[in-house]
Unconditional design. Structure first.
Length: 308
């Protein structure tokens, strides 16, 4: 429905002002902070996307995914029997089999997510993108993070973008599809809104800010625009689409800010792993440090916490 996006204009100064106000929100303290942080843990896509990934570090990542917070810390919070794990483990297609085996051996049902479709640049032929998606699903990935061709957005080829995402959705089959917009390369908030709408129209289960490889990754102004597109799409169709900020989210405070923003813009029903994820590789470490301090009153030493 090109009519939905043909006259879109985003008031950038107003969005930026709102984002600055978000940064000044009073943060939660004490048990409330611990509760928000544990909620954040359940929404993390624990990620390793490095050229030197090996089966062994993927196995270690999967163990951390099942045991994201030290057991004694959870017991102190009376949360040891609540089944707290991360939302998913995210790897390259070549490492999907390793992750599936490791999680199966650990006896947990955490989904494996795989980046695909020419990640991170998107500069591969569509046929290659579709083949990569199908292979990742065949290897056992239950979630696929595709990346769009930014050139289609920058040249205003909205029908071409729709068709590309639609074919990727078809290739995913039963797997959930998160569509990465790479917002840092879309040049305007108008384009962010339009690309968000097109991605949802084409069947995306989630829309995601960034690959984590751009110069500019998840920012609050972009988050506001994407969430309002999700809200508008929900009002128009009744379909709930998930949101995933990714890239550059490293601290517990930033995680809580994103959770609060989702609650403010979309409502409490979006604060579940089914509709909200945080893409991060180092965030969990800081969250565990904050929970350690909350429980013990001391700062964690290097050897106190297992790294993810």
């Amino acid at each position: 429905e090109l009519g939905w996006i043909s006259k879109v204009h985003v008031n950038r100064p107003a969005v930026v002002r709102h984002a600055e106000q978000i940064k000044k929100w009073r943060t939660v303290k004490g048990n409330w902070q611990a509760a928000w942080l544990l909620k954040a843990v359940t929404c993390i896509d624990l990620t390793t996307l490095s050229g030197d990934d090996t089966p062994s570090n993927v196995h270690r990542l999967c163990f951390k995914a099942k045991h994201p917070i030290r057991e004694d810390l959870l017991k102190a919070l009376d949360m040891h029997d609540k089944g707290i794990t991360v939302g998913a483990v995210c790897v390259y297609p070549a490492r999907v089999t390793d992750a599936v085996k490791a999680l199966k051996a650990a006896g947990c049902n955490i989904p494996v997510a795989s980046v695909a479709a020419g990640f991170p640049s998107g500069q591969t032929p569509l046929e290659t993108k579709l083949a990569e998606i199908k292979l990742a699903v065949e290897y056992g990935a239950r979630e696929i993070d595709i990346v769009i061709s930014r050139s289609l957005v920058l040249s205003g080829q909205w029908e071409g973008l729709y068709e590309e995402i639609r074919q990727c959705r078809e290739a995913c089959g039963e797997a959930h599809m998160k569509t990465i917009l790479a917002t840092g390369e879309l040049r305007s908030l108008d384009n962010v809104y339009k690309a968000s709408m097109i991605a949802m129209m084409a069947g995306s289960d989630f829309i995601k800010t960034s690959t984590g490889k751009e110069v500019e990754n998840a920012t609050l102004p972009v988050g506001v625009v994407m969430m309002r597109a999700i809200r508008e799409y929900y009002w128009q169709t009744g379909n709930k689409v998930g949101f995933k900020p990714a890239g550059g989210i490293r601290t517990a405070k930033e995680a809580i800010t994103w959770l609060m923003l989702v609650k403010e813009e979309l409502g409490v029903e979006w604060l579940t792993p089914e509709l909200f994820r945080l893409g991060a590789s180092s965030l969990l470490e800081d969250i565990e440090k904050q929970i350690f301090y909350h429980v013990t009153g001391c700062y964690a030493l290097q050897h106190d916490l297992a790294t993810a």
